[in-house]
Design a protein around this ligand. Structure first.
Ligand code: GCB
Length: 616
């Protein structure tokens, strides 16, 4: 039984398993629009709290009986020898539906944080040609992937895509894919263990087998530059990528831009924006079908064109000042038992409530990169997007591995979404206490953004200093100098005992030369709980009054150019256990988890409707 050396050799994967990163590629930009096989649907799963499938009981190679990811038919072995020891057999383990989180699969998994194994089989495409990639939309948090028992690699980070080439490993007929996903946060992860949202472990976005020609467009970025030109950067991967003829076409604009790749397979070109180009805006979210032809490959995307910049305290969209009428949003669908698997319908339900219900034009996708379904839906509906990486509260600022992880996440997010017109702001952090180590860490992220994308704005949600006895706040964060947009989270009146009627008189000291947004403010309310006897926290009336007074305060700030109050929908948070009102939910939503609008929803909607009618 121990004679199967190749299998044992494969198990010492931990050090050898290559890490998939933005730098290693493949990038497969706009992978969701490429041909492929969707592996969503039934998968076997098996819990592994002691990580027995990765390491043996003394930390060495796992025992033979615990190698759950290998391509072995235990039953066939048992027929040969009933003394076969097996402790795991994924092929006969329970079945779940992916994408989803295991937290919602079974009551006993509700609070499980650790390693979970998934496995399914799929038929290889008959008549294979070209190249094949297994591409993951996201798996939370640390993932290792095996095809037919062979380790392909691993990935770290719960919210960004990664892929492995499998061209040479696919076999005729049935193939087996096994995934180990470990959701355990540590002091070194991004985010670290303490957050204010549910840590949904699992394969939360689709897994697809993607097919491309031998040489294909791996990366492409098509946009309007600040000086109003249409620019393209593309990169080919495969054999013979140098000196290849390439064509960028936008049929609706009659554009056909021809070029040739350089010695490294890159193509960069700019052209005057075609006459008749209609710019993307929340009012007219015009998208164009864009293709890049390179040999046998045709890369496609649907892209909007617009400019975003700051001038003094103004944010300019297509050269005109815009006020960001927004709200924050977690990636969690409506319903009593959400699992963080965003479908187009779920994205439309949430973003539609912002656009049509609140009269919004802006959404802060907190606190991590949301599904590409979300950013594509924002493109289509016309919502300006703030996109963030989960550098949240206290991460291990001095740990170089943590910095490397955060930088890679940011790069994976930007590379995935650079073609989304909706995205206007990259945020590098949320509510991070100022220290030297933190400043260095965040400055690195800011300069990464500037290198990867010079067409958008950079921000971070900051904390302010408050004088102990009065509503007098100062933004003294040294990071502010490096940001295009200053963003402040404020909860006076909720986490403090301030009288709500005092909020409008708040005094704010903020740099006057940059736009300011309130990236958060909010108060909990349990839908349906009313305080007819007088102000009481958690009532709908209290939350509504909190909004009225905070909005009055906002009106007095001369450089305020937008806001994304906290938050559209009540969301799962294990730290919120008030037995009367929270029961595991953060209740700062303007709608309940099932979509019931609270009074404050109407307060904000009225405010935004008036702003929409009389823009900045
Ligand atoms: C914050 C955090 C957010 C929390 C929110 C709250 O400042 O950025 O993640 O959920 O406050 O409800 O306290």
């Amino acid at each position: 039984l121990f004679g199967t050396a190749p299998v044992l050799a494969q198990t010492t994967d931990a050090p050898a398993l290559p890490l998939a990163t933005a730098a290693s590629g493949p990038r497969l930009v706009a992978a969701d629009l490429r041909d492929g096989m969707d592996l969503s649907g039934p998968w076997h799963y098996s819990i592994d709290p002691f990580r027995a499938g990765i390491a043996g009981f003394h930390g060495e190679t796992p025992d033979r009986g615990q190698l759950r990811y290998q391509d072995v038919d235990v039953r066939r072995e048992m027929a040969r020898d009933t003394r076969t020891l097996y402790e795991f057999d994924l092929a006969r383990s329970p079945v779940t539906t992916l994408p989803s989180s295991w937290l919602t699969e079974a009551p006993e998994l509700r609070h499980y944080q650790g390693l979970m194994w998934y496995q399914r089989t799929f038929p290889a495409p008959t008549q294979r040609k070209g190249r094949y990639f297994l591409r993951f939309g996201a798996a939370n948090y640390a993932t290792r992937v095996y095809l037919n028992g062979r380790p392909l690699g691993r990935h770290e980070g719960g919210f960004t895509p990664f892929a492995f080439e499998v061209t040479q490993w696919l076999r005729d007929g049935e193939n087996q894919i096994t995934i180990g996903v470990d959701s355990q946060a540590t002091e070194a992860t991004v985010p670290p263990p303490v957050t204010d949202w549910e840590n949904y472990g699992g394969v939360t976005r689709p897994v697809r087998l993607i097919a491309t020609p031998d040489t294909y467009v791996d990366d492409a970025w098509v946009r309007l530059t600040r000086d109003g030109r249409l620019a393209v950067d593309a990169h080919l991967d495969g054999a013979g990528t140098a000196g290849r003829a390439v064509h960028l076409r936008i049929a609706a604009l009659g554009l056909d831009l021809a070029g040739k790749t350089d010695a490294t397979g890159n193509w960069r070109a700019t052209v005057a924006a075609p006459r008749g180009l209609m710019r993307w805006s929340p009012e007219h979210p015009k998208l164009y079908d864009v293709t890049i032809d390179a040999g046998e490959d045709q890369w496609r995307d649907r892209i909007g064109f617009r400019t975003i910049e700051v001038r003094g305290a103004d944010i300019l969209l297509n050269g005109r000042p815009v006020f960001l009428r927004g709200i924050s949003l977690h990636e969690e669908e409506l319903g009593t038992d959400p699992t963080r698997a965003i479908t187009p319908a779920a994205a439309r339900a949430l973003l539609g409530e912002i656009k049509d219900g609140l009269h919004g034009n802006f959404v802060r996708l907190a606190h991590y990169p949301h599904s590409e379904v979300m950013t594509r839906t924002a493109d289509e509906l016309g919502l300006i997007v703030w996109s963030e990486v989960p550098v949240y509260w206290r991460v291990a600022w001095s740990n170089p591995d943590t910095l490397a992880t955060a930088r890679n996440m940011l790069a994976e997010n930007i590379l995935r979404d650079r073609n989304r017109a909706a995205i206007a702001i990259w945020s590098v952090a949320n509510e991070t206490p100022v220290t030297e180590a933190r400043n260095t860490f965040l400055h690195t992220l800011v300069s990464d953004v500037r290198k990867l994308d010079d067409s958008r704005l950079v921000s971070a949600a900051l904390l302010v200093e408050r004088s102990p006895d009065k509503l007098d706040m100062t933004l003294a964060d040294p990071l502010a100098d490096a940001l295009d947009v200053l963003a402040i989270n404020t909860y006076n009146g909720w986490y403090t005992a301030d009288r709500l009627s005092d909020l409008p008189g708040s005094v704010w000291h903020v740099p006057a030369n940059k736009p300011l947004v309130f990236s958060e403010f909010g108060a909990d309310a349990k839908a349906g709980f009313h305080d007819l006897a007088g102000p009481q926290k958690f009532s709908e009336e209290f939350q509504a009054d909190y909004y009225r007074q905070t909005l009055r305060m906002a009106d007095r700030l001369p450089t305020l150019r937008g806001m994304s109050p906290w938050i559209l929908k009540d969301f799962r948070s294990p730290r919120r256990q008030n037995p009367d009102f929270q029961q595991g939910w953060n209740r700062k939503g303007l709608i309940s988890e099932t979509g019931q609008r609270k009074i404050a929803f109407g307060v904000l909607a009225d405010y935004y409707r008036a702003k929409e009618a009389a823009p900045a």
